[in-house]
Design a protein. Structure first.
Length: 318
């Protein structure tokens, strides 16, 4: 098997690992929601009386608020870890490629340290990206904050008190609203009765998939752009792409979907599952370029500029 074929296999395996990991992160978000809904169900079910009484409203509201904060913290922690792992998975082929072309020049431990730094920079760049405007907000934190909001649950409680529902019925309705896969979801007529519109499970899944895809996208760009022998990226459509949209334009850019390293667009919409395929110099050419640069650094300004950015991790060749 040639080096190019080995590299293509790495890319394919990395994509499979990422999709499996994305599914695991989404399942983690579901478990976070399940824990929150179970705790709230148990609390409401234990309320005394045949109907939810107004005198318990304040303490029930406080419990909802406490769970809301816990939900946000656990969602952010689960999602952040998933995004870090996604970046690491996407950068693995780049690391293996670099190890292959620089064999005998730098140790694997040094290369690993370099990519750990690259991956962390990529994560911080994603986690600290902001929503433009006068009162700029962190996109990731703000997305989690909105998704984990239990304002609609408060509305269900208020309507239940007005309708005189018993605690167990209220507990079931809240669980159906919050917890995906438990019983039947709220019917449209029930949503209208309680005055709620948001589908929390769907929004949570959308948030998880979208942020994971952004992490994989930016992680791919971050890792490969740090390798001088990466020429750019091809924008590839997801296998599940039923509707023509802006992604089709990206995939046809320059006729074949090729983008230079510094021109790759960001993910254009939620649930975008398109992916990038790096275009690399052949391993043989990459090795020759490295050798020529080592012999005379001034003849390859791009390589020299790259090395200045990573020399804290890669030992000097002098």
């Amino acid at each position: 098997m040639s080096n190019s074929e080995i590299y293509k296999r790495w890319i394919l395996e990395s994509r499979k690992r990422y999709l499996k990991h994305e599914f695991g992160t989404v399942e983690g978000i579901k478990r976070v929601l399940a824990r929150a809904s179970n705790q709230l169900e148990n609390y409401i079910s234990a309320l005394p009386g045949e109907s939810v009484q107004r005198k318990y409203y304040a303490e029930l509201l406080a419990e909802i608020k406490r769970l809301e904060e816990t939900l946000r913290e656990e969602m952010l922690r689960t999602l952040s870890q998933g995004m870090r792992n996604a970046i690491g998975i996407q950068s693995e082929p780049a690391k293996e490629y670099f190890e292959m072309i620089s064999k005998g020049i730098w140790d694997k431990s040094d290369i690993s340290a370099m990519f750990t730094m690259i991956n962390e920079r990529a994560f911080l760049s994603i986690a600290t990206r902001t929503i433009p405007g006068k009162n700029a907000k962190l996109v990731l934190s703000d997305t989690v904050w909105k998704t984990a909001s239990l304002n609609e649950v408060t509305r269900i409680v208020e309507q239940s008190i007005a309708m005189g529902l018993d605690p167990r019925t209220l507990a079931r309705e809240v669980k159906r609203y919050l917890n995906p896969g438990v019983g039947k979801p709220l019917r449209d007529i029930t949503r209208r009765k309680f005055g709620v519109k948001r589908d929390v499970p769907l929004e949570a899944m959308r948030m998880a998939v979208t942020e994971m895809q952004v992490a994989a996208h930016e992680g791919t760009i971050g890792a490969y752009s740090q390798i001088p022998v990466c020429e750019g990226f091809y924008w590839r459509l997801s296998f599940n792409h039923p509707v023509t949209d802006i992604c089709d334009d990206y995939a046809n850019h320059n006729g074949d979907g090729f983008w230079k390293k510094d021109e790759v667009p960001a993910k254009p919409h939620p649930f975008c599952r398109c992916y990038l395929e790096p275009k690399m110099t052949s391993p043989r050419e990459a090795v020759e370029r490295l050798k020529k640069w080592i012999e005379n650094p001034v003849n390859d300004p791009e390589m020299e500029s790259w090395y200045k950015g990573v020399k804290d991790y890669l030992p000097s060749l002098e």
